[in-house]
Design a protein around this ligand. Structure first.
Ligand SMILES: C[S@@+](CC[C@H](N)C(=O)[O-])C[C@H]1O[C@@H](n2cnc3c(N)ncnc32)[C@H](O)[C@@H]1O
Length: 222
């Protein structure tokens, strides 16, 4: 199995089996611990930052929500008028996203359980991958950007975990003490290295740091 397939299998196992309920709760309004509350707030800020890169009126735009999870971004894109293809490797999360979607927008959204890079999903005006590439290596992210980049006319927005001292400490600790639950390890990336690997067209958009949530939004123009 290649790196990409091995990582994707771990991610699927984690979101589809071990952490489905925890993730659903984090992505809802239900009470969570103070630490998770900072993550929720940080993720709300990041979602707003990413949406802020797109026109407010998305009527007629075909957008891929790559790794849509429980569909928070999908719902917002549909609310702004987009035709959304919402793809996630976890069938359980796709089912939750489908159930949560306001029925008024059901006609605008096509859900699919599977790989975000699958060419059968077609081409797009924009692609958004929020926190769904954070487990992948530099080589895998580059390959994903190239595969998706070939099918996007406008913006390809995604997030990575930046190489901050805080996140690097966690990364190193995770490597020293591999977790028994097989949860996927988040891999922090340095922008310059990623830019060298992905080629021209990679730009910084902005960073959100809220408690335990530290994430950087990047834009790739092929
Ligand atoms: C941290 S969650 C983020 C979910 C959603 N984007 C959000 O911000 O709420 C990462 C999601 O990416 C999905 N994912 C990761 N790699 C994927 C791949 N190669 N194809 C499809 N989905 C993938 C996971 O199953 C998971 O639901």
């Amino acid at each position: 199995m290649t790196d990409y397939q091995a990582t994707r299998a771990r991610v699927e196992d984690y979101f589809d089996r071990s952490a489905t309920k925890v993730w659903e709760r984090l992505c809802s309004d239900a009470p969570v611990s103070r630490i998770r509350q900072t993550v929720r707030q940080g993720r709300d800020e990041m979602r707003a930052m990413m949406l802020g890169q797109l026109p407010a009126d998305l009527s007629g735009a075909r957008i891929l929500d790559a790794g849509c999870g429980t569909g928070l971004m999908t719902a917002e894109l549909a609310r702004r008028g987009a035709e959304v293809v919402a793809v996630d490797i976890s069938p359980q999360l796709i089912a939750i996203a489908q159930e949560k979607l306001d029925p008024r927008f059901a006609g605008q959204v096509r859900f699919a359980a599977g790989d975000m890079t699958d060419a059968s999903h077609g081409s797009f005006d924009h692609v958004i991958a929020m926190d769904s590439l954070i487990y992948y290596s530099e080589g895998d992210i580059t390959a994903i950007l190239h595969r998706l980049g070939a099918r996007v006319r406008g913006k390809l927005l995604f997030t990575v975990a930046p190489r901050t001292p805080f996140l690097m400490t966690f990364f190193a600790a995770g490597k020293l003490f591999p977790r028994a639950d097989r949860s996927p390890t988040m891999i922090p990336h340095a922008f310059d290295r990623l830019a060298r690997s992905a080629g021209p067209g990679l730009d910084r958009v902005g960073r959100v740091a809220r408690g335990f949530y530290i994430s950087e939004c990047l834009e790739y123009r092929p």
